[in-house]
Every structure is written in structure tokens, then in C-alpha cells.
Design a protein around this ligand. Sequence first.
Ligand code: ADP
Ligand code: MG
Length: 238
Amino acid sequence: MSAVELNDVVKRYGALEVVHSIKLSVSPGEFVVLVGPSGCGKSTTLRMVAGLEDISDGTISIGGRVVNRVAPKDRDVAMVFQNYALYPHLNVAENIAFGLRVRGEKNDVVEAAVNEAAAILDLMPYLKRKPADLSGGQRQRVAMGRAIVRKPQVFLFDEPLSNLDAKLRTQMRAEIKRLHKRMDVTSIYVTHDQVEAMTLADRIVVMNGGRVEQVGSPMELFLNPANAFVASFLGSPP
Ligand code: ADP
Ligand code: MG
């Protein structure tokens, strides 16, 4: 069974169709990267999986269950964004705990989950700090902590590293990959950065103009691009 399956998924904004009948099947434990130029429909596709956008046509299944009408919080997914979306007035521990508090979890459950996530992400020394007093990399870790504590089946990442400098980006890529393995999850990761896609992905989905141009392992795409777009996109500097 697929962990995530998109079946002829379409997105329209009014008369404008921005995602055209996408098909994609992601296996359990797989790390899939959606890559393509700005405006090609990556975020829209990911947000439809998260349930943050309605789909105009087709079906999305998560863990074998059609989720078209399932609320985001009931989809067993957690999303990590580029702009972190941390609460400035809450400290690190409270930010990580937020989703569990909303769910009404008991104090000891919340505390244990926060400590576990903080240990995994090297955030133990910073639990009492506010986001303003953290580095960019630490803020990104807090955002990941919020996703981890929910123990989802699926992680969804939307350009989570694009606000970081090149050195930190390389380091955080490795951390994300480590986290993916350790948490035993399925990940779908959106980026416009070819190098990031090549480094992270088990399989890459190359998108362009709301369509999937090619799906394959980094090596397959590199050796055997399906068309001129894929060849030039993967071959051009980031
Ligand atoms: P990407 O993440 O690949 O940069 P997006 O998924 O954000 O692309 O956007 C795909 C297309 O959909 C773009 O042309 C964008 O302008 C359009 N779009 C995104 N959100 C909306 C919206 N709320 N209303 C109208 N058009 C939108
Ligand atoms: Mg985007």
C-alpha cells in the first residue's frame, strides 16, 4: 500500500488551473522530493496533501484512506514551512508543545514528548528561550520539533531551508535525512533547488507548469532525463 497517493489531482483557482491531473504514489519510508521552478505548483500540491487547500478534482489517499474531506489535523501528517511560523511570545518548549496542548494531551505526556524531541534535535539547552533569541538553524529545529511531537506517518516540508545560509543549509539537510530515518516516516519535500533534491531524495518528482515531467531516482534522472526541460533544469546551477 502507498503511504501517500495522488490520483489525477487537479487544482483550480477560479478559471485558472495551476495543477493538472497529477499522479504520484509514495511508498512507506520513502523520501520524495518535488522539485521545479518557482510557480510550477509544488507548494499547492503539498498543501493539498496537508489539507490546507481543497482539491478541485481527483483523490488523495494517506495510508490507504481517501482524505479529500478529512481535516488537516486528522490526516496524520505534519508540515514544516520555510518561515518557521513560531509563536514569538512562547518559549521553545511551549512552541514545541503547542500542537499537543491544542489536542488536550496531559502535562506529563506533553513534557515527555517535548523532551524527546528536544533531545533528538539538540535543543535541550534552549527550552526556555524565545524564538527571537535563537539562530536561524535553531528556529528551524524548533519548527521540526513541533512536527515530531505529533508522531505523524508523513512529514511534509515546504522549502524549509531556503532562509538559511549555504553552510547551515548543508548541515540541516543531513539532519532532516537523519530525522526521516530515525522517525521511520514517509517524507515529501518541496524545493526549487536541484542540488537539494539530488542530495535528499530517494525519488525526485520534476514539476513544470503544474505537471509532472519525470519521476525517478536522482541517478536515473541525471543519466536519463526524459526531455529537454528535465535535462536543462537539473543541469543548470541553483
Ligand atoms: P511553487 O510552490 O512551485 O512556487 P505554487 O504552488 O505556490 O508554486 O503556485 C502555483 C501557481 O498557482 C502559481 O502560478 C501561483 O501564482 C498560483 N497560485 C497559488 N496560490 C494561489 C491563489 N491562492 N490564488 C490564485 N493563484 C494562486
Ligand atoms: Mg512554493
